[in-house]
Ligand binder design. Structure first.
Ligand SMILES: [Zn+2]
Length: 343
């Protein structure tokens, strides 16, 4: 706490509104143990200049309620520590203070509560920046992960394998969530299980995200990177307005969702190259003029015996960005510790 003269300096704006972010961060604005503050007296409060110094909330504690300087008996769980010009302190229930000080107390608490709200924002801002040990670095690492290229390459390989005009029809079905029809029969071929197209069985294209039209994952990640760097720039600023901090944190939550959406999209490779889906897609190709398609195993993949081509999932494919998502979750304090509010 700065010196008393500064606290009771009435020449300019109020005490709490004059505090810088760094000062607020160094101050204790709430206490769970109000009886332990120094210079505390339980006597009736003096008629002296006063300031709300801290708030307390001891709801549910074993020791019971706090003795109020006005009421003179323990009857409050929530209240404030009032500090007087003399340096003395009193514990006062919030309602009591309101009754005894009225308008004056309202002004004092408004000022104090604003400081506490501000501190909340500044804490969240500093936490987000502290976590940014390298959010942008983690995002760039995700973008340059081989799996991002493998995802795009797989789509290209599949497009080549399926060929026109079937590819366009499959993309349209995926875009519109339309069903396709195709089924295959399993057989043992040269000692290994394979599947041949037989007839119709209708269902959706699984892992449709792999083939849907839209920007590439790397392009989306680049767009997210631009936005994230703007957000981080805001959060790294000093004395940033609470509104701007809030907007930046909301933006970051949104970017986190967008990154998770890209990771979900990348997972579509696994669903597409699932045997059931390949049997449906291969069967659909067969029903539409590509009679030479079969599904092979290890890994499950589409094979065109006539064209001597095949298309399977990428090797060593792992979804990147796990560390990034964890760090961003921390930064936006989704699992933020619960601060006890005294009011
Ligand atoms: Zn009271």
């Amino acid at each position: 706490m700065p010196d008393l003269d500064s606290m009771f300096d009435k020449s300019g704006p109020s005490y709490w509104s004059r505090r810088t972010d760094d000062e607020l961060l160094s101050m204790q604005l709430t206490t769970d143990d109000p009886e332990s503050v120094e210079n505390l007296s339980t006597e009736y409060p003096p008629d002296d200049d006063a300031i709300v110094e801290m708030a307390y909330n001891v709801t549910g504690r074993e020791k019971g309620k706090v003795q109020c300087a006005f009421c003179q008996y323990p009857n409050h769980f929530r209240g404030v520590v009032m500090r007087f010009r003399s340096g003395e302190r009193r514990l006062v229930g919030r309602n009591c203070a309101q009754d005894h000080y009225g308008v004056a107390f309202e002004a004092l608490t408004k000022d104090f509560d604003e400081a506490r709200t501000r501190l909340d924002y500044v804490e969240r801002q500093r936490l987000a920046v502290a976590q940014n040990v390298d959010l942008l670095g983690l995002l760039r690492a995700m973008k340059s992960d081989p799996a991002v290229k493998a995802f795009a390459d797989t789509k290209t390989r599949l497009k080549t394998f399926i060929g026109s005009p079937l590819w366009d029809r499959l993309v349209r079905a995926a875009d519109k969530d339309e069903m396709i029809t195709g089924r295959m029969r399993s057989e043992i071929f040269q000692g290994r299980p394979i599947a041949y197209a037989v007839d119709g069985d209708t269902g959706p294209v699984r892992g449709a995200d792999l083939i849907r039209t839209g920007p590439a994952v790397s392009q989306r990640l680049s767009e997210i990177e631009v936005e994230l760097s703007t957000v981080m720039e805001t959060l790294r600023g000093t004395e940033v307005q609470s509104r701007a901090i809030r907007a930046a944190l909301v933006r970051m939550v949104d970017l986190l969702k967008q990154i998770e959406a890209e990771r979900t999209r990348m997972r579509s490779v696994e669903s597409f190259f699932d045997d059931g889906n390949l049997i449906r897609v291969g069967g659909w190709m067969s029903l539409n003029g590509r009679r030479n398609i079969r599904v092979a195993v290890l890994p499950f993949r589409l094979v065109d015996d006539y064209g001597q081509t095949e298309c399977g999932p990428p090797q060593d494919y792992r979804i990147p960005g796990k560390a990034l998502v964890a760090a961003m979750r921390e930064a936006v304090v989704l699992q933020r510790k619960v601060t006890r509010r005294a009011s």
